[in-house]
Design a protein around this ligand. Structure first.
Ligand SMILES: [Zn+2]
Length: 489
């Protein structure tokens, strides 16, 4: 069911309205063209060599929608009680919903690097604000381009710019909103991301080019600074005395609804153009957000459930709607999409295809590794179906949470289950060692120079204090006065 909320172009996104000189997506003059060379380092690796395998004429298109900072439990189709996501709920009702999808990291760059490479941080080596994904990785769009796909991305975050390597393999890229003229955290970009995405779909519909396409849209608005959206946010304000985390969460909920509204426009156009019949649509978040669940606010500082439990829903032609309860991982997205595209799975992949799970076929359980090593925050998480083990710090004491009894991870039960701790610690160590071993297949991570301008942008997003130290949960933040209105500076 379509929303009745009226869009008001030009009001909410004044600061980021497309400029008249802005290049057209998909082949327009001035559009950045970029072809990534196949990494020579891996040329001899694949016993089942995927190079030269072309997608079938009826291979599906792929629309990957990622939403920054989107907690799974703030969406209706994951049980949230407030109406943050009617559009996404409608989408999910026709999709395979993964109830226990785990992020590889609790902040943008390493998590999205895992989506694009199918590797954990120990392998792709994107740990820091200055990290750049090495060219030796064969990313999802590179693999699809090699199979004959046209690839495009419209992205809205500093870490998704070409600066950090995540655009490898995209023939058409548009990150003009990731270099904003005002503080990036104050931008509202969902409308323009959707406008661009819709323009791509329209152009593809008119194009004589029969090649299947892959489009990645990255939405940013639920990321702090949380903004008020007139006509939307009011519905999420909870009267009465509230904690800071709850107050911030209310404003965040409005951001989620605003983003949901604009994603709904893309999904509607997909349907209007008839693309829904032959397009795989993926909804995914890079990571979640904390609202004082464990004493902090924001992300990038811990590996608790509110930060690493992400929404994942896949709607694919021929697949019935289903709920999958088993733990799955961001590194599984790449092999899943190759599988759905009918392409062979390279034998170097770390993750596995979720297509059997999408068909309801039982599979062996997997554990999910999440890693963090950023500005002094160091932690690892190992998640199984029942347990989460978190080891914080270089030599930290392990914490254990029984997710069956304690899904919000409020009670550390490590002392009661030393045998479980020992078993999970061994699995965690093995997973990290495997990740590091796999890193030898690829080039090491590179670092970009953090110029004062980049540092300023990062600080505006709350990633680092003015003195370069990490933003700690205790540090006063601008978040406490989230009364800015759309379009205001
Ligand atoms: Zn993010």
């Amino acid at each position: 069911m379509r929303s009745s909320i009226a869009l008001r172009p030009g009001h909410k996104i004044r600061a980021v309205l497309p400029r008249s000189s802005e290049p057209e997506l998909a082949g327009g003059a001035g559009f950045l063209l970029r072809f990534s060379a196949l990494p020579l380092a891996l040329a001899g690796l694949a016993a089942c060599d995927d190079r030269g395998v072309r997608a079938a004429p009826d291979a599906p298109n792929v629309l990957l929608i990622t939403v920054d900072t989107l907690r799974a439990d703030r969406l209706g189709f994951y049980g949230y009680g407030k109406p943050t996501s009617p559009e996404l709920d409608a989408f999910a009702s026709g999709a395979v919903v993964f109830e226990q999808a785990e992020a590889s990291a609790p902040w943008t760059l390493p998590a999205l690097a895992s989506v694009m490479t199918g590797e954990v941080a120990s392998t792709h080596d994107c740990w820091n604000y200055g990290s750049t994904l090495d060219d030796s990785f064969r990313t999802l769009p590179e693999l699809l381009v090699a199979a004959g796909y046209d690839t495009a991305c419209v992205v809205s975050h500093l870490f998704t710019t070409s600066r950090h390597g995540l655009q490898q393999g995209f023939v058409h890229t548009d990150d003009s909103f990731a270099y904003p003229e005002i503080d990036p955290a104050e931008n509202i970009t969902s409308q323009v991301i959707s406008d661009k995405g819709i323009r791509f779909l329209d152009q593809k519909k008119d194009s004589p080019d029969e090649a299947p396409w892959f489009l990645w849209l990255h939405y940013f608005d639920p990321h702090k600074e949380y903004m008020q959206h007139p006509g939307i946010s009011e519905a999420f304000a909870t009267p009465g005395a509230r904690t800071r985390g709850a107050l911030l969460g209310d404003v965040y909920d409005g951001e989620v609804r605003y983003t949901d509204l604009h994603i709904g426009r893309v999904l509607a156009r997909l349907r209007e153009l008839g693309f829904d019949k032959d397009t795989v649509v993926v909804l995914l978040a890079d990571h979640g957000e904390e609202f004082e669940d464990h004493g902090g606010v924001g992300h990038g500082h811990s590996l608790h459930v509110e930060l690493v439990h992400v929404p994942l829903a896949i709607r694919a032609p021929g697949f019935a709607p289903r709920r999958v309860k088993e733990v799955v991982r961001q590194v599984d997205v790449l092999p899943t999409l190759l599988d759905l595209a009918g392409l062979p799975l390279p034998n170097w992949l770390a993750g596995r295809s979720l297509v059997p799970a999408m068909k309801g076929q039982p599979e062996d359980a997997v554990g999910a590794l999440a890693e963090l090593d950023l500005s002094g925050n160091v932690a690892d998480s190992w998640r199984t179906q029942r347990w989460r083990l978190i080891r914080s710090g270089r030599e930290g004491t392990p914490q254990l949470y029984d997710l069956d009894a304690d899904p919000h991870e409020t009670s550390d039960v490590a002392a009661q289950h030393p045998d479980v701790v020992a078993e999970l610690e061994a699995e965690l160590a093995s997973a990290k060692a495997a990740g590091r071993e796999r890193a030898r297949l690829f080039g090491g991570g590179r670092e970009v120079t953090l110029t004062p301008g980049i540092q300023h942008d990062l600080e505006a997003l709350g990633y680092a204090g003015a003195d370069g130290r990490p933003v700690s949960p205790e540090q006063p933040e601008k978040l406490e006065t989230p009364e800015k209105r759309d379009g205001e500076r």
